[in-house]
Each structure stands twice: as structure tokens, then as C-alpha cells.
Design a protein around this ligand. Sequence first.
Ligand SMILES: CC(C)(COP(=O)(O)OP(=O)(O)OC[C@H]1O[C@@H](n2cnc3c(N)ncnc32)[C@H](O)[C@@H]1OP(=O)(O)O)[C@@H](O)C(=O)NCCC(=O)NCCS
Length: 333
Amino acid sequence: MPEHIHLTALHDVLPADAAAWHQVISASMLHDLPDVPPPGPEQIHTQLTQPTLNSHRLTWMATGRDGRPVGVAGLRMFTSPGRDHLAELELHVDPAHRRQGTGSLLLSAVVAACRAENRRSLIVEAAADSPGEAFCEKENFRQALALDHLILHLDRLDASAVLQAAEAEHPGYWLTGWTGTVPDTLAAAFATAKNAMNDMPVGDLDYGTVTWDAARVRTMAQVVADRGDTLLTLAAVHDDGTVAGYTEILLPQGASPRAQQYDTAVVPAHRGHGLGLWVKAAMLRRLHTEHPGVIEIETDCAEDNVHMLAVNHALGFRSYRRTREFQLDVPAS
Ligand SMILES: CC(C)(COP(=O)(O)OP(=O)(O)OC[C@H]1O[C@@H](n2cnc3c(N)ncnc32)[C@H](O)[C@@H]1OP(=O)(O)O)[C@@H](O)C(=O)NCCC(=O)NCCS
């Protein structure tokens, strides 16, 4: 146990705490994930203080003898039925202060909190072949899912191929898109389609399921808007009114040049018709027109999700890093 490290559970996150978090996370990401732009101070402040969807957060800070921050842990406790057994961890130690037991100390507080809230599964993502992976193995996590992260540089896009895919004929289906909250007329059908994400490959992760309804879809859009981000959706709708497939892109606050791919799903009865490629190509066309400041998109995908990977490759996404999801079956006290 490192005696010189002091651990604090942060109940009210003050701007100074958020700045300290930002300092640790940027140093850690610069060291382990040099290709990933770290979140800005504003994003960190928002992340630590704004409500999340059907979950609450616990946060800890580790400081050294001089009071400087050396490590942080954030724990997202899911609260919706079907996922209330699960907690998701974010853990970083400043590279200058590693291998002194700070990570393990933070993890003990996290595991105690999981026990106190009856969580049976704790999950965390770590870069492949990184200190995070070695740490997880030492701390008895098991590898549950391998993820491929892909990036698409919009300035290197094969524009004519994307346009062709976006404009391809799909008889019986039409495209629609919106920003933020789904239009009322599509809310129920869109919520039904969101449930298609429940069968995305998750390896051995004890990930549970969530049931979407119109209220949950609207709440999600509101949570995203409240933290200053923009959610774009493009959907393929069948003539019978079913939302057959959709894709979502998140534009982080602060005009970041890198957009994040959120869900892409095609509901089972409509698979095999090229709708995944269609909605994603149409989204690229939309980004080009409406958000020319976006120059790259990052997405991640289970390494065995061959259909999604094929769609991504067809659009020009290329692998650029790999991560692993680790899971700890929380030991009983
Ligand atoms: C993972 C991380 C939090 C560990 O922090 P830390 O303070 O160095 O962890 P500890 O000192 O408590 O390490 C505990 C044990 O984990 C293992 N470990 C940690 N880093 C390791 C490394 N780079 N190589 C091999 N083993 C390592 C060792 O067994 C270590 O014990 P030892 O130093 O007595 O040999 C830190 O490396 C980090 O911030 N990484 C980037 C963020 C990340 O990947 N987070 C997700 C994974 S939790």
C-alpha cells in the first residue's frame, strides 16, 4: 500500500478537481494513446458533472504528498433494468507516478463501491499490449472482448464510391435524418430499431441488455445536448413505417475535427439488403454538406463483427489501434 498516496472520493466535483482530472488523463493518454486526442478541460468538466443516461457516476482522485494529482478513477454504475448488475471503470495514473501501487489503490476503492452497490461485473477498456492490459491481468480481470478501432479521413474519401452507395436504389425504403431528438412521428419506430443493438457481438462481456422506448430515446438525445454535444442520426425507413436501420454520429462540443461513430444497426428482418452501407454512406454525404469542419470519424467494432467491419472497410475506414474490454467478476466480500 503506497503510504504517500492520498485517496479522495469526490462528491461534488469542483472546477479545480476537473482541471486536475484533465491533467492526469491528458498525460496518461499522451503516453499510451498518442493517436487519440485527449478530451479538453471543458469536456472533462461536463463528463464529471452532467447527468448520464440511466446511470450515476462515482469519482476518486489520488494525490501525492505535495497534494498534486497522480491518478483518477471514474465508475459508471448503470441503473436501468437489465444492466443494473454492471459498472464501467475509467482508470488513469500519471505516467510519472506509475508502478507505485496507485492504480491498485484506486481499484480497491472501486471494487468496494461495486460490492456496496451489488455489482457482479466490472468492465474496463485498455489498449492492446499496454500497461493497462498488464495491470488488468495482474488484478484478475479476464479479457472478454477484442475491439478494432478504425478511422476514416474524410479528406481522403473515395467521394464517388460513397456518393454511389448513398444514392443506390433500395426499393421499399426511404432515407431520413435528424439532429438531436427524433421527430415525434418516428419516435416509437426508432426506439424499436434501437433494440437491434442488443444483439451486437459483445464476446464474453456480461453486458446485459437495455430496452428502448420513445421516452428513453428522447432522454438520450437530451443528455447529449445538455453536455454540449451534437447527435446526428440517419435512418432507413420501410414503406410500412418500420425503422429498418440507422446510424448515429456524435459531434463533440467545441468543434472537434474528430467525430465519433455511435450506433449503427439494421433490424434482423431487414438485414442482407445493404441498408447498413446505405445509411452510413448517406451520413458521410450529410457530414460533408452540413459539417465540413469534421475531418475524421473514429469507430470501434468487435474484431469478430465481420459484417460491420466489411461495411466500414467498403467506406474507407482503416484500422489504427486495438483495445480489449476486460471484466472482473466482482468478488463477494
Ligand atoms: C493501468 C494503470 C492505471 C496502472 O497504474 P499503476 O499505478 O502503475 O498500477 P500499480 O502500480 O498499482 O500496478 C499494479 C501491478 O500491475 C502490474 N502492472 C502495472 N503496470 C504494468 C506494466 N507497465 N507492465 C507490467 N505490469 C504492470 C504489475 O504487476 C504491478 O505490480 P508491480 O509494480 O508490483 O509489479 C496505468 O498504467 C495507466 O494509467 N494506464 C493507462 C490507462 C489504462 O490503460 N486504463 C485502463 C486499464 S485499468
